[in-house]
Design a protein around this ligand. Structure first.
Ligand code: S3P
Length: 417
């Protein structure tokens, strides 16, 4: 995919629905009593993996335009092999959901997903009594029926996928389960399950859950701040951008705190709440940029935005240091290595560290060729970097953007998509 340099970039954009919320709306309603409509759903490849797994398990999931109609089932079928594609959220949340429901199933995915750590989810589920095996720490995962019993779980990493897996298993466990994480990760699971009638309470970094059934609930999915991030960053570099109806749940808005620290001017407009999730339009203005310091506390609220935040840092004046982000190593690619490779290939100066990057910003990138390594967020961050660069250039394996953002290049105005 060829990306031309853009001296100015601006306008009003509506990016696709939130990936985390779409996965949950389909999966939870597929386990609930009744029928629900999920509107504004993201129909990217990851969420389609969730839809096809839930169908294989016996739920009815029908896609009509941007609406997904879900009729749940209380008795999942045994399935010899569920393909979760590239999607960490699908495999980890499903592991928790299936653990307490009397089902035998194996869960697997593509080569990238099979290389990602799965004991982080299997270990806490075993504490509840789950019969779950990994393949030397990875997928395929094998789940067999076992009675679950509530307990206290402390997770080692701040991961919404791990937390959500425990919560979903706890819905089918006798007694009470608490799950405590080192920092607060995104809380869409807690909000949605509460709206579906689950007995769930959240306080600080601890969530308490008791055995409960779920009632179907319609969900209107806000636009994904992780997808809006590409347009907002390009706006901060090249012009005025407005992203409409973006989910601004505080567990997801670390990017706005980065804007505060770097001196990016922005405003939230038309704020409202939809299905328990705060939503607003975000307007950003081209701004001179200061370097950034980011530590572990702030990472969970912007983990998926770090590659494009690194691009922003390359255009700041001075040295930015991002630390406490070792989780990047186990994403769809090793995003510490792949982000550094992307920036350096374009003439940037990014030194990868054990848990982040040091980026020497010189307010410009020359341009060149980016290897996406089939990681959607590297491809799209590379496209932003190239659009803001002097010469532009090319992205290899650019189509992986379809994992989370179908139509990305077209919306950016790139010819050829
Ligand atoms: C997600 C949680 C995050 C995030 C991923 C989506 C979710 O992963 O990176 O894109 O929907 O729960 P971790 O839970 O592994 O941090």
């Amino acid at each position: 995919m060829k990306i031309a340099p853009r001296l100015s970039f601006g306008g009003e954009f509506t990016v696709p629905g939130d990936k985390s919320i779409t996965h949950r709306a389909i999966m939870f309603n597929a386990a609930a009593e009744g029928e629900a409509h999920v509107t504004g759903a993201l129909l990217g490849e990851d969420c389609l993996s969730t839809a096809s797994c839930m169908r294989a398990l016996g739920a009815r999931v029908e896609i009509e335009g941007e609406c997904v109609r879900v009729r749940g089932t209380q008795a999942f079928r045994n399935v010899p092999l569920l393909d979760c594609g590239n999607s960490g959220t699908t495999i980890r949340l499903l592991a928790g959901l299936l653990a307490g429901r009397g089902v035998s199933a194996a869960l697997t995915g593509d080569a990238s997903l099979r290389s990602r750590p799965m004991e982080r989810v299997a270990q806490p589920l075993r504490l509840l009594g789950a019969d779950i095996r990994t393949t030397e720490g990875h997928a395929p995962l094998r789940i067999a029926p076992a009675p679950l019993c509530g307990c206290n779980v402390d997770t080692k990493v701040a991961s919404a996928q791990v937390k959500s897996a425990v919560i979903l298993a706890a819905l089918g466990a006798e007694g009470e389960t608490t799950v405590t994480e080192p920092q607060r990760s995104r809380d869409h699971t807690e909000r949605m399950l509460a709206a579906m009638g689950a007995d769930i309470r959240a306080r600080g970094c601890t969530v308490t859950v008791r055995k409960s059934g779920l009632r179907a609930a319609d969900v209107r999915v806000p636009a994904d701040i992780s997808s809006a991030a590409y347009f907002l960053v390009l706006g901060a570099l090249r012009g005025e951008v407005l992203c409409k109806n973006v989910g601004v749940n505080p567990t997801r808005t670390g990017l706005l705190r980065v804007f505060d620290k770097m001196g990016v001017r922005y405003a939230l407009e038309n704020a409202y709440t939809e299905c328990g999730e705060p939503v607003a339009d975000i307007r950003v203005y081209r701004s001179p940029l200061q370097p950034l310091r980011l530590g572990a506390e702030e990472i969970p609220s912007l983990i998926d935005e770090l590659p494009v935040i690194a691009v922003l840092c390359a255009f700041a004046e001075g040295e930015s240091v991002i630390s406490g982000a070792q989780e990047l190593k186990v994403k769809e690619s090793d995003r510490i290595a792949s982000t550094a490779e992307m920036l350096n290939a374009l003439g940037g100066n990014c030194v990868p560290t054990e848990d982040g990057f040091v980026i020497r910003g010189v307010r410009r990138l020359a341009g060149g060729r980016v290897r996406s390594l089939k990681d959607h967020r590297i491809a799209m961050s590379g496209a932003v970097a190239l659009a803001a660069s002097e010469r532009g250039g090319e992205i290899e394996d650019a189509a992986c953007s379809n994992i989370s953002f179908p139509g990305f290049y077209g919306l950016m105005g790139v010819k050829g998509e």
